[in-house]
Design a protein around this ligand. Structure first.
Ligand SMILES: Cc1cc2nc3c(=O)[nH]c(=O)nc-3n(C[C@H](O)[C@H](O)[C@H](O)COP(=O)(O)OP(=O)(O)OC[C@H]3O[C@@H](n4cnc5c(N)ncnc54)[C@H](O)[C@@H]3O)c2cc1C
Length: 344
């Protein structure tokens, strides 16, 4: 998202950018996403939801996202729904294929299967695809499955550090979803998400209810807590009432039905909780890292003169919680292009 947005903006400003795309197709994780590009409705909520994030960077995303979304629409990106369906947030759901095609057209030259070390803007999408880097920084109790494109493996982080970059806060944080603890494919990333932890009783393998307090609406706090449990896994145990609940337009029972790791509660590795009807073994699928290179409000990498970064390569924006990764990528991708062309 960030790289294509930067190139499209640079081209609009009269430059002739080249996008080096390591993958065999453009679009990165954006193409795999639900493609809801959003911000918190109220500025104060952003601070409450992501309290340790870099406030000036958050302010930039919050103030410039609406312009960014209007710009995408002006380029012809197809909107599926003109709202997020979440009263706390505002934004739009785009068609991921249509958005990718639109940005590729606007970006101009996109070289598939190519990388480059001497670049102006880093936008490689984070380091979730590199198991060793995840182990070093995020430190889950066991390896996590990847719920993202496989090419975002910390190349931007490496290149930035080689040029003296500073790291942001939140290097141990990530955004993800608890998924059935079994292998899955790219087209399972969205439908298989087990997004009903708030209605379940949640245990670790030892039968301990490890999560204290209320699970947040995004459930990203529960997902990250699960990563710290033995084996980086948890059991969601549901009773009849929980199965009847709905999350957005989906019934909890239908999400459970899709999980191959659902078992009868009598098969749990600890005494069966009262009233349990079904249990699902889950493990976090890591979607993107939250920490990364430290940037300023003009997308300049702090400590690395002349280098710019955007998207998940730029860390510390949604630290302490969860905010739209597409929004940050769009806003700072555009800003990076403007900075590179001295239009700030
Ligand atoms: C299933 C799923 C659902 C999601 N739903 C949402 C949602 O609804 N809303 C939301 O805000 N976010 C969502 N996200 C997250 C969102 O997709 C990311 O936050 C966003 O794509 C990050 O943008 P980016 O530009 O940093 O990374 P990407 O969009 O992944 O782009 C990074 C690109 O860099 C390429 N690359 C990697 N290394 C190199 C290299 N060395 N040289 C050249 N190219 C390289 C990759 O191949 C990739 O194409 C979702 C993600 C997934 C997987």
């Amino acid at each position: 998202m960030a790289g294509l947005s930067a190139a499209a903006r640079a081209r609009e400003l009269g430059a002739a950018p080249v996008v080096f795309e390591k993958g065999t197709r453009p679009g990165g994780s954006m193409l795999l996403s639900s493609c809801v590009i959003w911000r918190f409705r109220d500025w104060g909520d952003f601070r409450v939801e992501c309290p340790t994030g870099d406030e000036p960077l958050q302010r930039v995303v919050w103030e410039q996202l609406d312009d960014g979304i209007a710009w995408l629409e002006s380029l012809g990106a197809p909107v599926v729904v003109h709202e997020t369906g979440n009263p706390r947030t505002v934004g739009k759901r785009f068609d991921p294929r249509g958005l990718t095609d639109t940005l590729v057209r606007a970006a101009g030259e996109v070289r598939l299967g190519e990388t480059a070390d001497d670049v102006t803007i880093l936008a490689t999408g984070g380091f979730q695809g590199h198991g060793d880097l995840v182990a070093e920084h995020v430190r889950p109790a066991a390896p996590l499955r990847l719920r993202a494109n496989s090419w975002s493996a910390g190349d931007g982080l490496r290149l930035g550090l080689e040029r003296g970059a500073e790291l942001s806060a939140g290097m141990d944080e990530f955004y993800g979803r608890n998924m059935p603890d079994a292998d899955y494919r790219e087209d399972d990333f969205v439908p298989l998400a087990q997004l009903y932890g708030r209605f379940a009783r949640v245990y670790n393998e030892q039968g301990e209810e490890f999560f204290e307090g209320e699970v947040s609406w995004s459930e990203n706090d529960l997902v990250q807590a699960t990563a710290r449990q033995p084996g980086a896994r948890a059991w969601y145990v549901l009773d009849d009432a929980a199965l009847e609940q709905r999350v957005r337009d989906r019934k909890v029972a239908d999400m459970v039905e899709l999980a191959r790791t659902r078992v009868d509660p009598s098969e749990l590795p600890f005494p069966t909780p009262a009233g349990a009807r079904v249990a699902v073994r889950v493990k976090p699928g890591i979607t993107h890292t939250i920490g990364g290179l430290r940037i300023d409000e003009r997308a300049r990498v702090v400590g690395a003169a002349g280098l710019l970064a955007a998207g998940a390569d730029a860390g510390g924006i949604s630290t302490g919680g969860y905010a739209s990764g597409l929004a940050a990528a769009l806003v700072f991708g555009r800003i990076a292009a403007e900075t590179a062309l001295n239009r700030d």
